[in-house]
Design a protein around this ligand. Structure first.
Ligand code: SF4
Ligand code: SF4
Length: 501
């Protein structure tokens, strides 16, 4: 049996308010720690977590974040750009389309820099405000929120769900559970389908899916992602945050007593205890906490924030909303649980002082690094050339003498045009007197490379042997590309020219 309302008498406030019905009442003025009854109730809450739904400022932000993040995730693959999918990781063609940009495997450095940027952003936000990402934008939190919303719509709020779980199997329970899982599985499959839609054109995938002729990897990843979503958001839930997420473990090294985190104001709240709204609790020597346990009941990870900051706290703010509603009902000032710092509580700092302390050396260092890397990243991306040429010497045929008193060296030019438009290229080389370039297969010096594609062009360099001493000479390959009149790109690559004995 779990989460049963206690049998003790409720205060008038609790009796009047249905939201307080499962709230555990405790002895008046029991401050300095939670009573055994409440401890037992809290242990029950923790054994299987059925978070109570909560309304308030942070609940609205969480809902907003669910809509925002999911609008991006589900919507992005459907956006078209220049006649193709705007965001597409085409693994087969080894290209990554990102709106007007085409990234190649050679551009993996951008991905590496993006990861470094994300890491510094995480360090910065954690140092400033704890696990904000976890509470509002982490996919685990967001999908759990959506799955719990479906669950609450079908099975009811917390108490109804607890009772349903404890009830023996009957037609009603079967119907409710089946309906819930049906919707969960539909959503999970849609999520899996969207996921593979980032790696293959999503509009064509739909037709393949309906005809049941997706590729084996596409089936695998769609079903695997769907299964992971269903399992993590439907069953694992807070266990992922508590036991599997590495971020939960290493956040402690980034958080200090000036970090802005969800904090219980124990100075103001203790001694805690139930009381009538009519009494002056301060005169009675009590703190503001009425020990209603609402903050624990709404907590998705089942912790009691009054025990202090814990690594399981994902900073979602649900307990802040819950406690504020209790404070409103009691006629007390809001903010017994609030986003603030540990030092603010122990040293009695004001909110402006707390905010000022957020700008401490560690935060400034992270900000400076993050800013510098971000500026470098954007600049490099903006000035990135869309024409790339790699010169590869033909190792099998070093320089040799050919008819006409010439020395010949063979090369291959790997030309990558990562722009959408085709490009006409004029090839030339300098560095040795009388040096001439010619394409080995088609002759001439002009080549065309289609948009978003690459081409391997064998070329030969020839130079008169007269006057050349045997040895290696530096040569420069110059590639001038023209996409439209006046729109040219020039790439210069170094290589060597070998003159045999
Ligand atoms: S901190 Fe607030 S919500 Fe939690 S038990 Fe005390 S009064 Fe209730
Ligand atoms: S303690 Fe509060 S902020 Fe932390 S996870 Fe629980 S409800 Fe969210």
């Amino acid at each position: 049996m779990q989460n049963d309302p206690p049998k003790q008498a409720a205060t008038p406030a609790a009796r009047d308010d249905p939201a307080w019905q499962p709230v555990r009442r405790i002895r008046k003025g029991s401050g300095g720690g939670t009573s055994p009854q409440v401890e037992k109730a809290l242990a029950e809450v923790r054994s299987k977590i059925h978070p109570r739904s909560v309304q308030g400022h942070f609940a609205r932000i969480r809902v907003l974040m669910v809509f925002l993040t999911q609008a991006v995730f589900y919507g992005l693959p459907w956006i078209q750009w220049g006649g193709r999918q705007a965001v597409l990781f085409d693994l087969g063609a080894r290209k990554f389309y990102l709106f007007g940009m085409v990234l190649w495997p050679q551009d993996v450095i951008y991905l590496a820099v993006l990861l470094v940027l994300s890491a510094f952003a995480l360090f910065l936000f954690t140092a400033m405000a704890g696990r904000l990402f976890c509470g509002y934008a982490c996919p685990q939190t967001v999908y759990t929120e959506i799955f719990m919303w479906i669950e609450a719509k079908i099975e009811g709020d917390r108490l109804a769900r607890i009772r349903l779980d404890e009830a023996p199997w009957n037609a009603r329970k079967l119907r409710l559970k089946a309906s819930k899982h049906f919707l969960w599985v539909l959503l999970a499959l849609w999520t899996g389908y969207t996921f593979i839609g980032y790696f293959a054109p999503i509009r064509e995938l739909g037709a393949h899916l309906l005809a049941f002729d997706l590729g084996p990897w596409q089936w695998f990843w769609m079903l695997f992602y769907a299964f992971a979503t269903w399992g993590n958001a439907g069953f694992m839930r807070e266990a992922v945050c508590k036991y599997m997420c590495p971020y939960a473990r290493f956040q402690s090294v980034m958080v200090d007593d000036d970090t802005f985190v969800v904090t219980y104001d124990h100075v103001r709240g203790e001694p805690r205890g139930g009381r009538s709204r009519k009494i002056d609790h301060k005169e009675a020597g009590m703190g503001d906490c009425v020990d209603c346990s609402l903050c624990v009941q709404v907590c998705p990870t089942g912790i009691d924030i009054r025990d202090g900051l814990q690594y399981m706290c994902i900073g979602c703010g649900a307990c802040v909303d819950a406690c504020d509603s209790v404070m409103d009902k009691m006629g007390y000032e809001r903010g017994l649980i609030r986003y603030t710092s540990g030092n603010a509580i122990t040293q009695g700092l004001t909110q402006p002082q707390v905010r000022k302390r957020m700008l401490r050396p560690r935060v400034l260092a992270y900000s400076a690094l993050l800013g510098a890397i971000a500026i470098g990243f954007v600049f490099s991306l903006a000035t990135r050339t869309t024409l790339r040429v790699d010169v590869i010497r033909d190792r099998g045929a070093l320089g040799r003498e050919v008819a006409g008193g010439l020395v010949e060296n063979v090369y291959r030019l790997q030309i990558i045009n990562s722009a959408e438009a085709p490009i006409e290229l004029d090839l030339s080389a300098t560095g040795v007197p009388g040096l001439a370039l010619q394409m080995a297969d088609e002759g001439g010096t002009r080549v065309r490379v289609e948009g978003s594609s690459n081409r391997l062009v064998p070329v030969v360099l020839r130079a008169p042997v007269n006057g050349l001493k045997p040895g290696l000479y530096d040569v420069r390959f110059e590639t001038v590309g023209t996409r439209a009149p006046g729109d040219t790109d020039t790439v210069v690559e170094q290589s060597s020219f070998y003159v045999p004995n």
